[in-house]
Design a protein around this ligand. Structure first.
Ligand SMILES: Nc1ncnc2c1ncn2[C@@H]1O[C@H](COP(=O)(O)OP(=O)(O)OP(=O)(O)O)[C@@H](O)[C@H]1O
Ligand SMILES: [Mg+2]
Length: 300
């Protein structure tokens, strides 16, 4: 098996008596885009700061590329690009001067790549940071993180303040990063914003990992509302007994039901009659996400 790019074991952080995260076991492989999702205060930023060795764990460990972050900070910083949440930049510099500064710290830089990234994100690097809007400052931070061409990109709420077109461009860039076999770990509290770009999502709630799975698998478990319109009324009972089917309701020639997993059985049963129309509402990941949290809350 290839070595995970990120691996935490029992990672725990208490801020005095305040819970940060508890017993976090996380694994992210190379060439993945993983979304780290959770509501405000769930522990996303805490996790990210622990991964970067900016804060120290109360218990447990974190490794990047198989190296303990506490002991290999200097080496690891060369391989990791980081966008902090609630980004603060040196206000009196221009975007370009700021990149000069970061490049100096890093000991290498790629001006061509910086310029290309700035163009893709529609960012003018000559303007002073203080004159930039919130979203534009965020772009400067993104260019700085991406321009290091790191093996791992850790982005804390990268979409904050970006308008939809720029978000799409950002995800395009991240997909290219993945295409080069590099890895992206990004936090968000807005699932629909990131779902398209991510291979897997991890959900964190009150400091604990609730679930981590492939977007596709997550969707496969989803409940769809299916509406079938027939040429004439059909016996509803035949549908109620099908695998994964619940809440069958009939109104004249229209039959609706909720289906978990494949809709195959429903379609085959429907095909015994004359079907006029079929509609199926794709569940939003937002709904799934909330269901996931409810399950976790019920289990607790
Ligand atoms: N410096 C700190 N001192 C005390 N408690 C802290 C500190 N930083 C974070 N916490 C607490 O740790 C928990 C997790 O916070 P964290 O910032 O990691 O959440 P988050 O998921 O990033 O939230 P958001 O979506 O709002 O950014 C919260 O309860 C928060 O109050
Ligand atoms: Mg945060």
């Amino acid at each position: 098996m290839t070595e995970p790019v990120i691996r935490t074991r029992g990672l725990t952080k208490w801020y005095g008596r305040n819970r940060g995260i508890e017993g976090l076991d996380l694994e992210v492989g190379p060439g993945e885009i993983v979304g780290y999702l959770g509501p405000n205060g769930a522990g996303k930023t805490t996790t990210i700061r622990l991964l970067l060795d900016l804060i120290r764990p109360s218990r447990g460990s974190a490794e990047l590329f198989g190296l303990d972050v506490r002991r290999h900070g200097a080496d690891l910083r060369r391989r990791v690009g980081y966008l902090p949440g609630g980004l603060r930049l040196y206000e009196s510099l221009s975007g370009r001067e700021l990149l000069d500064y970061f490049g100096g710290l890093r000991g290498r830089r790629d001006r061509l790549l910086e310029a290309r990234l700035a163009k893709r994100l529609d960012l003018d690097l000559t303007r002073e940071i203080r004159s930039l809007s919130h979203g534009t400052k965020q772009k400067v931070g993104l260019v700085a993180a991406l321009a290091a061409a790191p093996d791992l990109l850790i982005l804390d709420e990268p979409t904050t303040g970006l308008d939809p077109l720029v978000q799409i461009e950002l995800f395009e860039l991240l997909t290219e990063v993945r295409g080069e076999g590099r890895t992206v770990f990004l936090s968000s509290h807005i699932l629909p914003e990131v779902e398209r770009a991510c291979d897997r999502v991890a959900f964190i709630r009150e400091g604990r990992l609730v679930a981590m799975e492939a977007i596709a698998a997550f969707k496969a478990r989803a409940v769809r509302r299916v509406e079938l319109q027939f040429a004439e009324p059909v016996p509803a009972g035949a549908f109620a007994g099908l695998p994964g089917v619940r809440d069958v309701a009939q109104d004249g020639t229209t039959l609706t039901c909720s289906v978990t997993g494949p809709v195959d059985a429903v379609v085959k049963e429907a095909a015994r009659h004359t079907v006029v129309a079929v509609t199926s509402a794709e569940p939003s990941l937002e709904d799934l996400f909330l269901a996931q949290y409810r399950e976790a809350a019920d289990a607790a």
